[in-house]
Design a protein around this ligand. Structure first.
Ligand code: DON
Length: 592
């Protein structure tokens, strides 16, 4: 028996599935695999198997192969999950310039098994000091596009401050800051081949005329005048210099000196209001995680200024009360889920905002009693109608940005982090000397009560603009524990669809008992109250969708798999780690 542990490790390394639960995949998952992987490969040239990894010690799941590999090296060098998260954040910001980066912000949830404590770091952008409530309205009170693209859309970035803090406070001390930042400088300088997701983002931005409008972005995304295509090499040497400065000077490398000057100049030139005092006064915040019990599991998720955790818990509570059925594809099941999502998003529009400015009734929204009360209003036979609103921008369901990664190390530390510059390439404004894509996070505020934002989300007083205020987010980094031990780490990009994507996958694992791979691969549905539509990915049986229509749901069938992109890690009872990346965006899980 002396060699048993070594044997176990060997089995994991060799990819042996000895300890894997192998339940039959639901037919919906088989359908997804057939359509996403014709002839065995997807558009990223990957097989279904390549999205899953198993290992004995540490595991990482992120939305990019180079980023996962950079973080894996950190774990192997003795760094902990937080060190790996720092390295991964810098790397994924280089690799997914359309999704995230140091010009933006995010949330980081850490759980330490040894102390059974969770910590939530809010490193999200804040409204600049000169922001005003009606700054995006024109003279006649109509909402303009200034919260979406260009200088005025930019909120004070928080990512570098957050990563610096996480490293100082929670890093292992076994790896240096430089070790965590410099691999990303190299990635930015050497460049990498544009993948289908980045190619599509560049195409969309170019078609929209945004490259012509922002020459600083055009220089990077269409360096020879023609937008980069699949397989072309994307490089950002100026960002490499910026990262080297940050490697040298820590967070001051971003918030002071030439990089700060460059950011402010770019914003000012394009009509923005960000100033040095905003960078100087940027304050991180620690938040109390939203916590709930679901059977034998404890859910720890992102509290306000995100709406994610609150509504995930609210929806789990309603589901616990209502859904007994375990058939993954039944009409009854999805009818109830649609009604549950509708109610959660109705609450979101009214009650959610930055808790420093607005009292968010977290305890009420997450209480089981409240969920039971809401559940009573659900008719098992018929769909309810969301209230009528004047037509807004149709929610752009066709693509997702932002990024999420999940990490579990060998010492009981887990990190779930979702990060963003908001919409595709953020404000599309690049601070030229420093190569930084700046965020358009100001669009997450409610520019005017009832007016939908880029994700079709509406809000009011709770999420009105004010100086220093944090725009309401949907980002939902989540950790599930079982008897104090890490069980599941997950999250997703996707704007409003983040909340429902995380909830879909959580429910698939906790209630439908799907394997993590099937839970992530399975088609999803989304409802956000307004617009009053049940959005379904391909892969559902016709009879399920027909049954939902008969109950009165306005079902919109998407052409592609566009509801979120979940990257997750599960810890099995024997301590083995399973990582799954979402084939929706070609992510990568890897462990050691
Ligand atoms: O914080 C939020 O909720 C948004 N800024 C996230 C944006 C996002 O996920 C973009 N993807 N579609």
């Amino acid at each position: 028996m002396k060699y048993f542990p070594a044997l176990l490790a060997l089995l994991f390394f060799s990819g042996c599935h000895l300890f894997h639960r192998v339940p039959n995949s639901p037919p919906a998952v088989e359908r997804v695999i057939r359509s996403q992987f014709p002839e065995g490969k997807d558009e990223f040239n990957r097989t279904p198997e390549s999205y899953e990894a198993r290992a004995a010690h540490g595991m990482i799941s992120s939305e990019g192969v180079p980023a996962t590999n950079i973080a894996l090296e950190v774990l192997k060098a003795g760094g902990n999950a937080v060190d790996a998260a720092v390295a991964l954040s810098f790397a994924i910001g280089v690799y997914r310039p359309h999704s995230t980066g140091i010009g933006g912000g995010g949330f980081l949830v850490v759980y330490d098994e040894r102390s059974s404590k969770a910590e939530v770091l809010d490193m999200r952008e804040r409204a600049p000091a000169r922001a005003t409530r009606d700054m995006y309205l024109d003279k006649s009170g109509e909402v303009t596009e200034k919260s979406r693209w260009g200088g005025l859309a930019v909120a004070t970035p928080g990512l570098v401050a957050g990563l610096w803090e996480a490293f100082q406070k929670r890093g292992s001390g076994k790896v240096s800051w430089k070790q965590l930042v410099l691999p990303s400088a190299k990635l930015a300088r050497d460049g990498f081949a544009v993948d289908p997701d980045l190619a599509e983002a560049i195409r969309w931005t170019s078609d929209k005329g945004l490259l012509e409008r922002f020459p600083s972005a055009k220089k990077l995304l269409a360096p020879n005048g023609k937008p980069l295509q699949l397989g072309d090499i994307y490089k950002n040497p100026n960002l490499a210099k910026t990262l080297e400065t940050i490697a040298e000077n820590g967070k001051d490398g971003f918030y002071k000196g030439w990089v700060a000057k460059d950011i402010l100049a770019a914003v000012k030139k394009d009509g923005g209001i960000l100033e040095q005092r905003d960078l100087d006064s940027y304050a991180l915040r620690y938040r109390e995680p939203v916590k709930a019990e679901f059977g034998e599991y404890t859910i720890l998720s992102m509290p306000p200024p995100s709406s994610g955790g609150v509504h995930i818990v609210e929806m789990l509570n309603m589901a616990e009360d209502l859904i007994r059925d375990t058939d993954f594809e039944s009409v009854a099941n999805w009818h109830l889920k649609a009604e549950i999502m509708r109610r959660a998003f109705a609450d979101r529009s009214k009650y959610l905002g930055d808790p420093s400015f607005f009292k968010v009734p977290v305890a009420g929204l997450t209480s089981e009693e409240y969920a039971r009360h809401l559940a009573k209003s659900i008719d098992r036979a018929r769909a309810s109608k969301s209230v009528e609103v004047e037509p807004g921008q149709p929610a752009p369901y066709e693509k997702v940005h932002t990024t999420h990664f999940s990490i579990v190390d060998n010492n009981g530390l887990a990190v779930a982090s979702t990060q963003t510059i908001n919409y595709l390439f953020g404000a599309v404004l690049v601070a030229e000397e420093s190569g930084i894509f700046l965020n358009d996070e100001m669009d997450d505020f409610s520019a005017k009560p009832g007016a939908p934002n880029l994700f079709g989300l509406v809000g009011g007083e709770a999420n009105a603009i004010a100086p220093g205020k944090t725009p309401l987010s949907s980002m939902s980094p989540t950790i599930v524990t079982k008897a104090g031990k890490i069980y599941l780490v997950l999250g997703s990009p996707g704007g409003s669809k983040i909340i429902t994507s995380v909830w879909n996958v959580l429910f698939n694992v906790l209630h439908h008992k799907l394997s993590l791979r099937d839970a992530v691969f399975a088609p999803r549905m989304h409802h956000q109250w307004l617009p009053d539509k049940l959005v379904a990915e391909p892969g559902w049986e016709g009879a399920t969708l027909q049954g939902l229509r008969e109950k009165g749901h306005d079902v919109e069938e998407l052409k592609g798999f566009a509801l979120g992109s979940v990257t997750a890690v599960e810890v099995e009872a024997n301590g083995g780690k399973v990582g799954v990346a979402d084939p929706r965006r070609g992510g990568a899980a890897a462990g050691y």
